[in-house]
Design a protein around this ligand. Structure first.
Ligand SMILES: Nc1ncnc2c1ncn2[C@@H]1O[C@H](COP(=O)(O)OP(=O)(O)O)[C@@H](O)[C@H]1O
Ligand SMILES: [Mg+2]
Length: 250
């Protein structure tokens, strides 16, 4: 039997703007994520993807309904649930190595051990030679690798990724997609990955959640059963791409 890691039940979120207007961001979301799943969420801008991830991460509260992590209601952030944001959010005044070690130091891991673990994850994402560099010395793709290493170094069971490759050029993006799959397979993580790109979702996911906007709702859930590594030239790939794009159009 599959173990459910995340469960979302009838979850809605309405924001109140400074002027007092109500913004319904999410409406009646139901979703469950099993151990080792790779789930991608696609949907138009503003449909509540980031809000949903932030609620799962405990960074935001639902207005209605609940989010559960391993059967417990999510009320605050949790070390076992890591987040990778679109802007890499590395501290510019710290070296890459220190950026990655920081989370561990904050949670009480001894400095030496933190640096050791950070070094190991830097190698894993192919940045072994850049430990002493500062973020400004790295390209966008390298900074994004560092941000992924930072999330992984805390050894989360679940990785929430909010359009992590959105700012990268096409070549780097494809490279990092491959590496993420490798890391996912090697470390057996559970991943919830938000993306604008239908192509990216088909390349990565076991299951694609298609959302619609105003208010954000789940329109359809699509299982991707093509074997990995997936071939973008496979006619099934193109068919699925066209089908999801047309869903997003309506
Ligand atoms: N803190 C906030 N206050 C008011 N409205 C917000 C806030 N955060 C998000 N929203 C609104 O909620 C909706 C969903 O936003 P978001 O989750 O960022 O969408 P997405 O990530 O899919 O682009 C948008 O209409 C956005 O303007
Ligand atoms: Mg967003």
């Amino acid at each position: 039997m599959q173990e459910t890691v995340i469960n979302i039940e009838h979850l809605s979120k309405t924001f109140t703007t400074e002027q007092g207007a109500l913004v319904p961001a999410l409406k009646d979301i139901n979703l469950s994520v099993d151990l080792n799943d790779f789930i991608c969420i696609v949907g138009p801008s503003g449909c509540g993807k980031s809000t949903l991830l932030r609620i799962i991460a405990g960074l935001e509260q639902a207005s209605d309904g609940m989010a559960f992590y391993l059967g417990e209601e999510v009320k605050k952030t949790n070390r076992e649930v890591g987040m990778v944001f679109q802007d890499y959010s590395l501290l510019p005044w710290r070296t890459v190595l220190d950026n990655i070690a920081l989370g561990m130091v904050f949670s009480g891991v001894a400095r030496n051990e933190s640096l050791q673990v950070a070094t190991q994850y830097l190698k894993l994402v192919g940045l072994g030679d850049f430990a002493r560099a500062y973020p400004y010395e790295l390209s966008g793709g390298m900074q994004q690798r560092a941000a992924i290493a930072r999330a992984l170094a805390n050894n989360p069971r679940v990785l929430l990724m909010d359009e992590p490759f959105g700012a990268l050029d096409a070549h780097t993006r494809i490279l990092l997609q491959k590496e993420l799959l490798r890391i996912w397979e090697q470390d057996r993580k559970t991943i919830v990955f938000v993306t604008h790109s239908v192509d990216e979702a088909i390349y990565l996911a076991d299951k694609i959640i298609v959302m619609s906007a105003h208010p954000g709702q789940i329109k359809e859930t699509i299982n991707v059963t093509m074997a990995r590594p997936r071939d973008r030239g496979n006619p099934l790939y193109g068919k699925m791409n066209a089908r999801i794009l047309s869903m997003l159009d309506h």
